[in-house]
Design a protein around this ligand. Sequence first.
Ligand code: G16
Ligand code: MG
Length: 219
Amino acid sequence: IKKAFIFDLDGVIVDTAKYHYLAWKKIADQLGIDFTHEHNELLKGVSRIRSLDIILDLGKIDATQEDKNKWLIQKNDDYLLYLVDMNQSEILPGVLPILKYLKEIKQPIALGSASKNARPILEKTDIISYFDAIVDGNDVTNAKPDPEVFLIAAQKLAISPENSIVFEDSIAGVQAANIGKMTSIGIGDPSTLYEAKYIFNDFTEITTQFVDTLIQEQS
Ligand code: G16
Ligand code: MG
């Protein structure tokens, strides 16, 4: 049996969530908006444009489109600076062994990320060759929790949504997988990701036996 194994990027494969936070924090500080790590949870898995709107809402700021565009550019320029020195050491623990195992047993692998910077990150961390399909923020019109990104990924792998498995660290992403009728696996805090079918603190808790179970599981 073949299942589609779809990975989110930020927070699942690499810990870029901290860089997104730092780049947004700088803009929030500039605007005098209190922006905490807790607020940041709301931004995970959410598109760049939507993230800015959430921050401006927090500060009850009504901005012009011109200002918004300026901040979106500033945020991304800043974020890209954090990626310059990125390498394979920034892959989160336990991820590489599972990618290797999936390749070994010939299960199809896809990326399903909201980020427009996904490809350079996969290149810098040297794992792009593991992916049979890459679907990112450049390919979708509807942001998570809309399942579009994962549905396109499954389609590219020629696997039905029911036979697709999604690894996600964000609430919006878990919801997207569930809405798409896929098996959702939350990576992170169980009190945040309780809507997922399975939840693990991180990838070191995911065994090859568990992967085998997922492949055998009836959808
Ligand atoms: C990621 C992050 C979000 C970020 C979004 C857009 O999604 O979790 O915080 O806002 O991508 O990223 P960019 O500004 O690079 O286009 P994911 O789906 O990989 O977790
Ligand atoms: Mg994520």
